[in-house]
Design a protein around this ligand. Structure first.
Ligand code: FAD
Ligand code: EPU
Length: 340
């Protein structure tokens, strides 16, 4: 049975640690809870926001509506062969716990995505990615309910329309589709290990590991992440605040004339990806602090709340950064974080 909490504090429910409130909050713990919510008048009378672990959200004000939090739990094998296994995980599960569960069972495919904060249900929303791998590479299907109609739906990989930090859940199904579970297709043997990311290779070489296991890769990723990303339990943040922009080859080359050391990567559709962290650093923002908020000294793409910052202060800082990158390089940075 669901209970509707009123004037619910959100500070502990977002990794920026922003002290906002929700007019109403409902936690979904079972599929029966979800069914009850679908028929509850509160869903028709108020706007709503689906919340996972709050690690990719910036509250700039109180949310004058219903926050729906998934606490659906469970990880189960749906089917398996000698080579492959389909694993279904409920949306409220912690993502990194799922990664560790898969490594414990020697199921390969998400080890490079170790230590990404947040829940399983949010993973397909922006097609989480890190260290050479995106979750779309292992998604079999995504299950949930369209809250605007109450209809249950299972989306196939193709139907999810994944792109870099993008999916159908940010477009046609934006805000209305409550993901209840995802099914991953993972390897049971002949794992397709991805060690192409330079930093992973360096850690493995230093540890003299020539035939890495899933756990070796996971441990390397954890080590790299801990060395440069701030822990939200210590300093409020939501990871990369902006997406890495892609530009036409000519644009990248014209910047390279002035900045020969600009790092670039090939992207889809013959575009070139430029790390936003580099652009922000070139504009002099790295390590800057304005009041209680700032730009992380080790990773310029991460905006931080040093304690008592507000969502408006973070938003204002992000706009100043966007403006200076636009002025200096003519490139528009798009936020990755969901601004509420
Ligand atoms: P939330 O922040 O709660 O929500 C994010 C979005 O998903 C919102 O639009 C929300 O409405 C929606 N949503 C959440 N749950 C559901 C659901 N069940 N059904 C429908 N919609 C839902 N991301 C990466 O891709 N790669 C990284 O390497 C990475 N590193 C990070 C490092 C740090 C230190 C931090 C703080 C964040 C990082 N992130 C990274 C961003 C973040 O961890 C991911 O985007 C994560 O998937 C967000 O999960 P969440 O449960 O916290 O989602
Ligand atoms: N760089 C700088 N200065 C900085 C930060 C980065 O010059 O302050 C340059 C460096 O040249 C570095 C390059 O940017 O080589 C790339 O940096 P990094 O490897 O740290 O990755 P990123 O592009 O900044 C992306 C993702 C991260 C993900 C890492 C690892 C985006 C928006 N961010 O960051 O995802 O963990 O790659 O794969 O794509 C997130 O989405 O929240 C997130 C943390």
């Amino acid at each position: 049975m669901i209970t509707v909490e009123e004037h619910a504090p959100l500070r502990d429910l977002n990794t920026f640690g922003i002290p906002a409130f929700a007019r109403y909050l409902v936690t979904i713990r079972t599929m029966d809870d979800l069914e009850e919510l679908i028929h509850h008048p509160i869903l028709r009378d108020h706007r709503y926001l689906i919340l996972g672990g709050g690690s990719n959200i910036l509250f700039t004000k109180d949310f004058d509506g219903l926050v729906i939090k998934s606490d659906l739990n469970g990880i189960e094998v749906q089917e398996q062969s000698d080579d492959m296994v389909n694993v279904r995980a409920s949306s409220g599960e912690n993502w990194h716990r799922l990664v560790l569960h898969c490594i414990d069972h020697n199921w390969g495919g998400i080890e490079n995505l170790s230590l990404i904060p947040g829940t399983v249900g949010a993973a397909p929303i922006q097609n989480i990615g890190a260290y050479g791998v995106e979750v779309r590479q292992v998604i079999h299907s995504v299950e949930g309910v369209d809250l605007s109609t109450g209809s249950h739906r299972v989306l196939t990989l193709e139907e999810c329309q994944f792109g870099y930090r993008d999916s159908i859940f940010k477009h046609a199904l934006s805000k209305i589709f409550f993901i209840s579970s995802i099914t991953l297709r993972l390897t049971r043997k002949n794992h397709r290990l991805d060690t192409t990311y330079g930093a992973i290779r360096e850690v493995l070489e230093r540890k003299k590991i020539s035939s890495p296991t899933l756990r070796d890769i996971s441990d390397a990723v954890i080590e790299i992440r801990q060395s440069k990303l701030p822990d939200p339990a210590v300093i409020g943040n939501a990871g990369s605040f902006f997406k890495n922009p892609t530009v036409a080859g000519e644009v990248a080359e014209s910047i390279r004339k002035e900045y020969p050391k600009i790092p670039t990567y090939p992207a889809d559709h013959q575009q070139i990806k430029i790390p936003a962290g580099w652009l922000i650093e070139q504009c002099g923002w790295k390590g800057k602090t304005i009041g209680q908020v700032g730009v992380h000294p080790q990773q310029a793409l991460v905006l931080v709340n040093y304690g008592n910052g507000t969502g408006e202060e973070i938003l204002s800082l992000s706009k100043q950064i966007q403006e200076s990158v636009r002025e200096k390089f003519g490139i528009k940075l798009m936020s990755e974080v969901n601004i509420i």
